[in-house]
Structures are given as structure tokens and as C-alpha cells.
Design a binder for this molecule. Structure first.
Ligand SMILES: Cc1cc2nc3c(=O)[nH]c(=O)nc-3n(C[C@H](O)[C@H](O)[C@H](O)COP(=O)(O)OP(=O)(O)OC[C@H]3O[C@@H](n4cnc5c(N)ncnc54)[C@H](O)[C@@H]3O)c2cc1C
Length: 431
């Protein structure tokens, strides 16, 4: 069977590899770089910059404590240059991995035709098509947005903006605010509605006070105009470099008039990732919903399995999510402490938090449990280890684990995970 996959990001690459494993003849078409936004513009860029930002903050902390006598100077041009070199190397690994499983990679801009895909003036026929074309920075309807940076520009910055004005209220706004304020830029965030509104309020408060202490956050702020040296809001002109972090728009144009598209430009699919045309599937950011890499990958795998005749559905329950700040802020969606009894606990001292104990900044974990049933109804955790722990916890909750079953949980020590302590505590009081 001929399977053509458009897009070499997390969704498309996972789909191509899964379909190859299932013995389809796979052609993966990528117009830019294998690895997609995740590797070259998103997750890994934030990861790389955040590592340096943490090192810089730690150096300042060690100097303040008298442990060391110098704060290193950061060469930002080298940071972004080495960042691109690193993502380039990872890309080669991904290409090698994809090809070695059996998928053929074609570089070019794909267009969909009936029964074939046109790329570099060549028609590639398909039995099944999987669209994984991802998304791009959303541009709000505000005058002058061309003057603003988006996440696309960050890997190519060669100097730090002195003043950064971030327009947006979600994860991306928080992550870039943390990075640039840690490096010393003066950062302000302008949120049209509420900042990080998907989070538990206590977790959000902790972030604002302890993880973004030098960032000014304006909620309910409607930006009227953007220029190359600032923005206008309620008649006031504010100077600085503007960065848009206003969300993502699906790259669905190539499928217009071919499959059904929703109001937010997302390709509409069923739980098998099948579009309105039975032989065309779509996965990843292009279908909207939760736009992150693990979900995109799993959607890609699901699309490939169904395309190859193996029935498979996506399960979005208890999706682990994380925000990369000085500590990782992790939570399970879509439920946040909606029901049950709630308890919070400060973070533990351990790797990544030990030298913050004297300041009282070790993070915070929060769990809610329905004591009648022992059901875990919500988990949020701010801790260096929370990103990894949360994924395993999500799987355990999905598989039916309840609070009393953590009675014999054996942690590793030292660890900054405090969630297991709360679960053990709740276990004692649950039925
Ligand atoms: C700043 C930022 C930080 C992020 N951080 C995280 C994080 O920490 N963790 C996380 O899980 N997620 C994060 N994300 C989200 C994550 O990057 C995306 O959810 C993920 O990349 C989506 O994968 P995808 O394959 O659907 O799309 P993409 O990664 O966008 O890949 C789509 C690919 O399709 C190609 N393409 C498009 N049209 C065509 C065409 N016509 N022909 C050929 N090729 C085409 C593109 O060139 C691209 O390579 C972040 C996003 C951003 C913007």
C-alpha cells in the first residue's frame, strides 16, 4: 500500500515511521526541515534557552550566597548559533531514524490532488494520505503585527532585546518571559484576558510571584497598534521590541475544498484521525485541540495505524502538560481540582531545588482526591522533576490507579517529587 505523509514534524514523522513498521510503502514530504516546529522553533529552542537562563540565574544565586565570586557573561549570539547547530545535529539523527525504518523522505512543498500529491512537479500517487502540516504563529487582528517578532525569529536573534513586550497569555508567553527576564531583559506581558487561565489559581499565583518575579503582567490589556519600537494600548505608547505569543493557526490551506475544515482552520477528524474523506487522515497541530508534541506524535501513530487497517482511537484523557520555567510547572488536563478534597505541599529539597531552600522557593504541589472513591481528580506540580513524573502519573491514573494504591509507593531519594506524599496522605483517608 502506498502511504504519503505531508509534513516531517512530530505528527508526520511518527505517522511515517508507524506506517513503515506496518509494511506500507511510505513517502514523507517535508518542505523545510525534518523535525518541524518542535525541533527548530518550539520545544527544543525553549529547552536550550531555558537551560542557559537557569545556569545564569543559578550563578547569580551562588554569588549572592557567597558560594562563588563571579557571574558569567552570556554571549547571546553564540547561544542562538550553538542552539541552531544542536538542532541541526538532532535533525540528522531524526532523518536517519526515519529513513532506516523504511520511509522515503522527499524535500519539497506538497500540494494535494485527487489520488496523488504534487511535489517538485512530480505526482506521487497514494492509497492513503496523512496530513501533518502543523501550524504557524497566529497573527491577531491588530495594526502593525508585521513589526513584531514571533517564535520563528527567536533562534535567529543575535542580541537580547533590552525591553521585550510580549503579547499573549498562554504557555508560550510565560516561557519566553521567563527566558528573557532571566537574561536581564525588561519584560512585560499583555494579556487580552487572563494570564495562564488554564491553571489552578494557586499554581498561577506561585508562578507570578516566584518564577516570573521581574515580569510585569497586564491582564485585560487590548493592544491597539504595534510598531517596530513598541506598542500602543489605551492611548499609551510603550517602548520595546514586541513579541507575539498569541497562539497557533493550523496550516490547513492545502486541504481546503478537499476535506472539511473547522472554524479555527483546523482539519476536522474523527477519533481515528480520519477526515471527511475516508482515505485521508490528519494529525498534529493541523487538527487543532491540544497542540503539543506528544499528542501530535500519538495522533500520527493513530492515523498511520488506521490508514494501514488497524483500528485505533485517540484517548485525550489525563493529558500531561508542562510549562518550562526555572522549575517545570506540570499539570494534568482537562481536570484541575474540580472535585474532591484538595491539599497542597511545598516542594521537597533535592536536585534542582536544594540551593533555593534558604529562600523558601522549592516549588509547590497540589492534588485533589474524591475521598469516597479514592479517585485522583487533579494534580499540579511545580518541581524540577515534575515533567517526567507527571507523564507516568497520567498513565497510572488512566489505568485506574487510586490514591490508596500509593501506600506502598517507593520513591527515589533525594527527589523533588512531592506528589507521592500527597497521594499517600490521601490514601489513608480514602475509602
Ligand atoms: C515556542 C513553542 C514552544 C513549544 N514548546 C513545546 C513543548 O515544550 N512541549 C510540547 O510538547 N510542545 C511544544 N510546542 C508545540 C509543538 O511544537 C507542536 O505541537 C508540534 O511541533 C506539532 O507537531 P506537528 O507535526 O503537528 O507540526 P509541526 O511541528 O508544525 O510540523 C509540520 C511540518 O510540516 C511541514 N509542512 C507544512 N506544510 C507543508 C507542505 N505543504 N509540504 C511539505 N511540508 C509541509 C512544515 O515545514 C513542518 O516541518 C511548542 C510550540 C511553540 C511554537
Amino acid at each position: 500500500m502506498e502511504v504519503v505523509v505531508i509534513g516531517g514534524g512530530p505528527a508526520g514523522r511518527s505517522a511515517a515511521m508507524e506506517a513503515s513498521k506496518l509494511e506500507a510503502n511510505v513517502t514523507l514530504i517535508e518542505k523545510d526541515k525534518v523535525g518541524g516546529k518542535c525541533l527548530h522553533k518550539g520545544c527544543m529552542v525553549v529547552c536550550g534557552l531555558n537551560e542557559v537562563a537557569k545556569f545564569y540565574l543559578d550563578s547569580q544565586n551562588y554569588q549572592k550566597m557567597g558560594i562563588s565570586n563571579a557571574i558569567p557573561e552570556i554571549n547571546f549570539r553564540e547561544v542562538t548559533s550553538k542552539l541552531r547547530e544542536t538542532t541541526g545535529k538532532i535533525m540528522k539523527v531524526l532523518e536517519y531514524e526515519t529513513k532506516s525504518i523504511g520511509a522515503n523522505i522527499v524535500k519539497g512543498d506538497a500540494q494535494i490532488q485527487k489520488g496523488s500529491v504534487l511535489v517538485n512537479q512530480e505526482e506521487i500517487p497514494y492509497d492513503k494520505l496523512i496530513i501533518g502540516t502543523g501550524s504557524r504563529a497566529m497573527t491577531p487582528p491588530v495594526k502593525g503585527t508585521d513589526n513584531a517578532l514571533t517564535y520563528d525569529n527567536i533562534p535567529f536573534l543575535d542580541s537580547l532585546p533590552e525591553k521585550l513586550l510580549i503579547v499573549g497569555s498562554g504557555v508560550m508567553a510565560a516561557e519566553f518571559a521567563n527566558i528573557f527576564s532571566s537574561f536581564g531583559s525588561e519584560v512585560r506581558i499583555f494579556c487580552r484576558t487572563k494570564f495562564l487561565k488554564m491553571l489552578d489559581p494557586e499554581i498561577k499565583d506561585y508562578i507570578i510571584k516566584n518564577l516570573l518575579p521581574n515580569v510585569e503582567i497586564a491582564e485585560g490589556a487590548r493592544v491597539d497598534e504595534i510598531s517596530n519600537d513598541g506598542l500602543k494600548i489605551s492611548q499609551e505608547t510603550i517602548e520595546g521590541q514586541v513579541l507575539l505569543a498569541t497562539g497557533l493557526t493550523p496550516n490547513s490551506e492545502l486541504a481546503q475544498n478537499i476535506v472539511k475544515i473547522g472554524d479555527c482552520k483546523e482539519i476536522l477528524v474523527n477519533s481515528h484521525m480520519q477526515t471527511s474523506k475516508p482515505h485521508i487522515y490528519a494529525a498534529g497541530d493541523v487538527i487543532g485541540g491540544v497542540t503539543n508534541t506528544p499528542i501530535s506524535r500519538m495522533e500520527g501513530v493513530t492515523a498511520a495505524r488506521n490508514a494501514c487497517g488497524i483500528s485505533s482511537t485517540m484517548d485525550y484523557s489525563w493529558t500531561p502538560q508542562s510549562i518550562s520555567l526555572y522549575y517545570d510547572v506540570s499539570f494534568l488536563s482537562p481536570q484541575y481540582h474540580q472535585t474532591g478534597t484538595v491539599a497542597t505541599i511545598p516542594g521537597s529539597a533535592g536536585p534542582g531545588s536544594f540551593w533555593r531552600v534558604l529562600e523558601g522557593k522549592t516549588g509547590l504541589s497540589k492534588v485533589s482526591v474524591d475521598l469516597d472513591e479514592g479517585l485522583i481528580t487533579g494534580v499540579s506540580s511545580i518541581a524540577p522533576s515534575s515533567r517526567t513524573n507527571m507523564a507516568y502519573l497520567a498513565k497510572m491514573i488512566r489505568d485506574g490507579y487510586k490514591a490508596p494504591e500509593f501506600d506502598d509507593f517507593i520513591e527515589v531519594h533525594p527527589s523533588t517529587d512531592a506528589v507521592y506524599k500527597l497521594l499517600r496522605f490521601f490514601g489513608e483517608y480514602s475509602n
